[in-house]
Design a protein around this ligand. Sequence first.
Ligand SMILES: [Ca+2]
Ligand SMILES: [Ca+2]
Length: 439
Amino acid sequence: MVFHKEQYELSAAYEDVSNSLYASEDVLKKYSDESSKVTSATFDLVSSQPQTSTNTAGVQRYKVGTVTLGLLCLLLSILIIYLVLSTATHHNTLTGEKNELMEANFDLQVSYQNMSREQDELRRNLTKLVSLHYSLTEERDGLEKINFDIEANSKNLKEEKDELKRKLNDLASEANLFTNERDTLKSMNSGIQVMNNNLAKERDELKSNLSESVSQLNYLTEERARLKNIILDIEASNKNLKEERDELKKNLNVYVLKQNSLTQERDDLKRMNSDIEAKSRTITRERDDLRTRLNTLNSQYRSVTEERDGIKSILKNPEWVIFKGSAYYVSKTEKNWHESRSYCRSVGADLMVINSNDKQSFANGFNKYVWIGLTDLETEGTWKWVDGTTLTSGYFSDGEPNGNTKENCGNIKRYGDLKSWNDETCSKSCNWICEKKLA
Ligand SMILES: [Ca+2]
Ligand SMILES: [Ca+2]
């Protein structure tokens, strides 16, 4: 802005100087014109007198002979005299004016010379100003270029500033992250110190191991030298072995032929062996089956023998009563239901199963309060016999069974009635009836 202002002021000064020069030229021209007019007027005034004399001579030539002419001549003479006098007066006046004008002209010439000098001076100044203008223009252009560069630099600096601000923000964020990482690293550092201690221990151990390894290495070095010697020996023997190998190869071919023959024989033998093994397995299975059957028969034989002996002893024992293919024993003592059943089973019998009207009447006939082989221990309300059959219809007394889960074993209580059964607490002590099938 300052530069533009200076440029404007310089242009205005230049214009003022130019106007002054034009004005001085106009003044000079004006004074010159006026001087020329004065000179011309003087010249006209001087030359007007002979022309008047010529006109008067023409009039006298055309009006000769008349009296009037004489008067006119007289008047003309008077007029000429008057005019001469008037002209002389006027000539004096004009001479004075001419002198004045000459003085004025001289002054003007002096002024003109001064003005010319001033004009030259002004022209020089103008030249200087023009050169100054050019230099200032160049300087302005340079400054504009510098200004442009500065603006560009300013823009770049602004962009750099924004970039730096952004980087500063990024760095602040990174600083926070670094702070967090530092805390994490601190905690890791404590862990690493612990690890470091452990590693120091391991290092010490490794050092001791290293010393052992060094001694082992020395040993191995010696071993390697020893092995080298051995290798040399082996190479020597290897040569011998190669010769032997070639010999053996020859023998091998012979043996290969023999082997093929033997392989054929072996395959035949394998097939025969497989057949024999299959037959052997079949025979083994048959032998095992026969053994199993023999064991079963032996156990059946022992069981039958024992049963026969038991039956023989029962038949000889007057305490057992035979009834429709079974023998029955009524105890003299009292036990609970489970102990009573154990006794019966110990003599090859079990608690009595009553599955017919005849057997119910037969059991009642002992006139005793006795356990029979009936229980609902497995499922409450579902009565089963000791031979595994389920009771469908029986001889419970009216109102029985009535013990629910407290009374789960059956006995004959009201033996005077056909419907004599009762459910009882299994731990109660009673007599019992054992039954042994004889068929
Ligand atoms: Ca019950
Ligand atoms: Ca009952």
